[in-house]
Design a protein around this ligand. Structure first.
Ligand code: ZN
Length: 136
């Protein structure tokens, strides 16, 4: 069975109150944080990366790898139903945008130069993620 997660819908003003200005700019306004500026690109701890807006689990640290780009990069989401992708032709580029399937938060982009087994690179913004450390 293929059950899509329940949608989280909030008014723009509510997101603005809930998030920091940077999180709001990236997650709700499709911004991009500068490379090597976010808090997670160099995070190597074990745990789960959740959507900063709605808490939807998006990526596991096991699929995180050092892409050298300065953004947290993963080769696979926790569950394909949790991260949706859409064509993004903004800025004259053909890219694939990654969004939270629950609340439509902008997460980053997906590129086809990742490592095995998927050969995908989910190039994410730290500002769209909330890291939850694994309990030992
Ligand atoms: Zn979300």
């Amino acid at each position: 069975m293929n059950i899509m997660p329940e949608k989280v819908v909030k008014q723009d003003e509510e997101w603005r109150k809930q998030l920091t200005p940077e999180q709001y700019q990236v997650a709700r306004r499709k911004g991009t944080e500068p490379a090597f500026s976010g808090k997670y690109w160099n995070n190597h701890e074990a745990g789960t990366y959740r959507c900063v807006c709605c808490g939807n689990p998006l990526f596991d640290s096991e699929t995180k790898y050092d892409s050298g780009t300065g953004w947290p990069s993963f080769y696979e989401p926790v569950d394909p139903n949790n991260v949706k992708t859409e064509a993004d032709n903004s800025y004259g580029m053909r890219r694939v945008e990654a969004l939270c399937s629950k609340c439509d938060a902008h997460l980053g982009h997906v590129f086809e130069d990742g490592p095995k087994p998927t050969n995908l690179r989910y190039c994410m913004n730290s500002a769209s993620l909330n890291f939850e450390k694994k309990e030992k």
